[in-house]
Design a protein around this ligand. Sequence first.
Ligand code: IPE
Ligand code: IPE
Ligand code: MG
Length: 224
Amino acid sequence: MIEILPQHVTFIMDGNGRWAKQRGKERLYGHFEGVESVRSVLSTSVEMGIKYVSFFAFSEENWNRSPEEVGGLMDLMLKSMKAELDTFLNNGVRFKVIGNKARLPESLNEGIDELETLTAHCSRTTAIIFVSYSGKWDLQQAASRMAADGAHELEPYLATAGIPDPDLMIRTSGEKRISNYMLWQLAYTEFVFVDTLWPDFRKQEYLAALEEYASRDRRFGKVK
Ligand code: IPE
Ligand code: IPE
Ligand code: MG
């Protein structure tokens, strides 16, 4: 039994390319296997009663990869989310995509709209995929809309408005950086960095990270 659970866990899923390379395969093969890790982590989150679980799937910077990889990832995202619809509905999972959707292919946007609508009533766990997202983009779009409204509070304008800030951020593959992910929202998040490559990150690795989180002393600037 894990004593203290986070309300929102977010993942920087990294290492798919290296995982494929180790096996002499193309990068996309690693992304395919990475989808299985998303499924494992999501079902474990539902089981554990974690209310929000989110995944950095594609950054603004990732648009600079080869057209083959970008196209392959867009197709994979559309296919995988469609394949999960029944699982979402059967498990009370509300699905949401956050990012600069204007850059996404129309078919993907249609798929996203459909899934978001069909799962809008689900309330057990919210699963969020960050696509074409960057922290600087988010702050910029929030600041311009706030200024246009003559408003003074930034938070309601962030792409994540209404979603609690992550309590725990897990990054796989040994890289120790946030790569322009949520810059504002990670202000007080606990970070866990693991060497495991994303396609190898499954339930057991997740539970270990949750144990690590439970052992942290979150002080928020106060003295205990
Ligand atoms: C993470 O794996 C998935 C995306 C960023 C889309 P990578 O594709 O970055 O894999 P590595 O870091 O090259 O191993
Ligand atoms: C971060 O991974 C972005 C996602 C996981 C979607 P990258 O592989 O793009 O990050 P860098 O380039 O190593 O910082
Ligand atoms: Mg990477």
